[in-house]
Design a protein around this ligand. Sequence first.
Ligand SMILES: NC(=O)c1ccc[n+]([C@@H]2O[C@H](COP(=O)([O-])OP(=O)(O)OC[C@H]3O[C@@H](n4cnc5c(N)ncnc54)[C@H](OP(=O)(O)O)[C@@H]3O)[C@@H](O)[C@H]2O)c1
Length: 279
Amino acid sequence: MRCATANGDIRIPVLGMGTWCFGGRTEHDADNDDKSQISALKNGIECGFTLIDTAEYYASGYAEELIGKAINGYDRQQLFITSKVWKSNASKAGVQRSCEDSLRRLKTDYLDCYLYHHFNPDIPLEETIEALNTLVERGLTRSIGVSNFSASLLLKAISLSENPIVINQVHCNLAVREALENLQECCREHGVVLQAWRPVRDLEETPECRKLCSKYGVTFPQLALAWLLNMPEIAVITAMKDPRHLPENMAALSLVIEPEDMEILNNYPLRRPCGVPLA
Ligand SMILES: NC(=O)c1ccc[n+]([C@@H]2O[C@H](COP(=O)([O-])OP(=O)(O)OC[C@H]3O[C@@H](n4cnc5c(N)ncnc54)[C@H](OP(=O)(O)O)[C@@H]3O)[C@@H](O)[C@H]2O)c1
């Protein structure tokens, strides 16, 4: 798997598996099809995916339990596992407890990167960043990162942290490009990998995209992924429950898009981002 290199020489796989809606949405769904989702994750690893992204927020920790079952038997060192602390747990004690709980559910003794999911203005950033650094000292995570951080918040986090901030995971796709305007340069300057979430969901194929799909012989989701993957130092995570999507998305890694076609895609109709604006 191709990797982007962040500060501190942490190598981050540029395409990873997401787990939002695995095990439920914000709560554990008792009728969830655990078996097929564990098998989708295992298939992904067999297919060459090494990065798995999750959060304590996903299905209230149940997504982490599914991952714990899926990675059992694989060489842990070959995997790159990221989880995130939810904003209500961003206090000094909350961060330690959340990370320990995530590790227990994931059945692993360390994370490759632990992210602060959403900034909570009620808790001083200093406190959360110090707590994340303590996790590195305790050996519970190899690196730390943030998510949904604007450039100014990211710079503040960088200035407060002893260890490098290696990832900023943000909403970014063909229709939601605010991160490319406001954040990409700042991430590059400071050695932070911009990791795009929701690269595929909710996008519609325009006539221009249809032409490009037939030119390159790819599906629209592959084109949407390849557009991001053709930009330097950008990483992408996508959720795939359907096993057919795993090799399909892996193939998007090697699709080279010509500059004039990148330009067409750069003008895809914009949509308002969901969640907190980055600006
Ligand atoms: N930090 C944050 O605040 C934040 C917020 C949202 C998400 N995330 C992370 O980012 C990950 C990705 O975002 P997301 O899950 O919201 O959206 P996404 O990855 O853009 O979309 C996932 C959806 O796209 C479908 N899909 C994937 N590949 C496809 C293909 N080749 N052909 C057709 N359909 C395809 C999947 O279908 P199947 O399931 O049927 O395969 C699934 O319904 C999440 O899972 C989560 O780990 C982070």
